[in-house]
Design a protein around this ligand. Structure first.
Ligand code: URP
Ligand code: ZN
Ligand code: ZN
Length: 485
């Protein structure tokens, strides 16, 4: 079969605008976007019947087959990326997490081996879990290998948490390399203290989890990391911002001209903390993730953060454990592996609750699910947009298509889904990854190993990174006006 495809009759949506246009793919690239394009001889023509044609989603926060808290997250790079494709996501950025003391390059090799079976393209962030001269030296080699973002866990004491001294060293090194830093912002010492206190008082179930990680511990760490980044002069991306305590310092930093970004998770946007009060231990344990689910007031604040641009990305932190794995913490909430899933449902749930309710425009949806991540993590315009020369990572989005989410029918490899029973309107009809269709007619046509590593260059200098911050804020502001007209 020819490797040329014409998507005909759709509305193309990018982060900037939407317009009626056909999209022509040759091989793995977009070669034309325009009105009434001619199908070359032998091309496959797909009449999309008025559906939306958008850049494939990018989820910049995943943990496939991650060894964590005494077990390994269930989705591997194949099952996780195949599930992603069924929901319209065509690229993930997963976290390489070296064990403390492990050389970064060793961990990167391990992750490369694991990721070789991915169905969609992928990239990596590198976590800094310890500090030494070797780590400093290896950070440069990691960047040379196309990994230009570094992650820091400010929680998980006694495991992968780093202290302020390491944050300072690593932020300086990252700045000098043109890399962006990311943080999991929770005050790990405070969390450990609260966990111990709760357990000693006999509060041992999942209901203790959110009590041990109140919004204040997240707010403190978000503010601290932002201030450290400000003094050092490195761009900072705060992952899984779950509450206004953590988001407000991001807004302040941005208003003061700092190159700072916030990420929301689709789970935090629609699920609230009542899940921890369920009498069903298994149900509550399946919601143990960090930061935990929050009250509805915090949720409303997160939606506002998306609308005004304080939060630039909606990811998932996809890190799933099945019921047997969660059971490890049956007598001690501190041992319940932390993590939830969402990679398959991220885009449809955001469309349903965002665009479907008028909170977001379609262009904002594209920005939040794809374009902003590509810009922040420096793989645009290869990824995150539909323009001539971009990779043919495309989702044909049917805004009327309805689906009821269930663990029984999901592609994700787990016996639980935090969105169980939710009927969402707006779903992927076709997902294409570099010219290959992976999802069509509700059928997965994913292939192990189709996915390729996406190397990401560092920023040339801080000014370039700062300009990026403005590039991301601008389309959001314009798009809001559209919704109110
Ligand atoms: O609970 C979570 N979020 N698990 C995955 C690891 C992390 O903190 O991102
Ligand atoms: Zn985290
Ligand atoms: Zn994570």
């Amino acid at each position: 079969m020819s490797d040329t495809t014409l998507f005909r009759g759709g509305t193309v949506v990018t982060a900037e605008r939407s317009w009626r246009a056909d999209v022509l793919i040759a091989g793995q690239k977009v070669v034309a976007v325009g009105d009434s394009l001619e199908a070359p001889i032998g091309a496959r023509t797909i009449d999309v019947g008025g559906a939306l044609v958008m850049p494939g989603g990018i989820d910049p926060h995943t943990h496939m087959e991650l060894p964590f808290m005494g077990t390994v997250s269930k989705d591997d790079f194949y099952t996780g990326t195949a599930a992603a494709a069924s929901g319209g996501t065509t690229m993930i950025i997963d976290f390489v997490i070296p064990a403390p003391g492990e050389p970064l390059l060793h961990a990167l090799d391990v992750w490369r081996d694991r990721a070789a079976k991915a169905a969609t393209d992928y990239s990596f962030h590198m976590a800094i879990t310890w500090w030494s001269e070797l780590v400093r030296e290896e950070m440069a080699r990691v960047v040379k290998q196309g990994v230009s973002s570094f992650k820091h866990f400010m929680a998980y004491k006694g495991a992968i948490m780093v202290d302020d001294a390491t944050l300072v060293e690593s932020f300086i090194r990252a700045r000098d390399l043109g890399a962006i830093c990311t943080v999991h912002a929770e005050h790990g010492d405070l969390v450990a203290h609260l966990q111990g206190e709760l357990f000693a008082r006999g509060i041992t179930g999942p209901e203790a989890h959110p009590l041990s990680r109140p919004p204040e511990v997240e707010g403190e760490a978000s503010n601290r990391a932002l201030r450290i980044a400000e003094v050092i002069g490195v761009p900072l991306y705060v992952v899984h911002t779950s509450c206004s305590d953590a988001m407000d310092p991001i807004a302040r930093a941005q208003s003061e001209g700092q190159c700072a970004f916030g990420e929301a998770l689709i789970q935090h946007l629609v699920i609230d903390d009542s899940v921890y009060r369920s009498p069903d231990w298994n149900f509550a344990a399946h919601h143990v993730m960090s930061p935990p689910f929050r009250s509805r007031e915090h949720q409303a604040a997160l939606w506002r953060g998306l609308q005004c641009g304080t939060l630039s990305v909606v990811g998932t932190d996809h890190c799933v454990f099945d019921s047997a794995q969660k059971h490890a913490g049956h007598d001690d909430f501190r041992k319940i592996p932390n993590g939830t899933g969402g990679i398959e449902d991220r885009m449809s749930v955001l469309w349903h609750f965002g665009v479907g309710t008028g909170r977001l425009t379609p262009s904002e949806f594209v920005a939040l699910t794809s374009t902003n991540a590509a810009r922040i993590f420096n793989c645009a315009p290869q990824k995150g947009t539909l323009q001539v020369g971009s990779d043919a990572d495309i989702v044909v989005w049917d805004p009327k298509r309805t689906r009821t989410i269930s663990a029984k029918t999901q592609q994700q490899k787990n016996d639980f889904n935090v969105f169980e029973g939710l009927t969402v309107t707006g779903n992927a009809a076709i997902t294409m990854s570099r010219g290959k269709i992976l999802w069509q007619n509700d059928r997965l046509e994913a292939k192990q190993g189709w996915g390729q590593f996406v190397p990401r260059k560092p920023f040339a200098d801080f000014t370039q990174a700062l300009a990026l911050r403005h590039a991301i804020a601008a389309p959001t502001a314009v798009a809001r006006k559209e919704v109110h007209r």
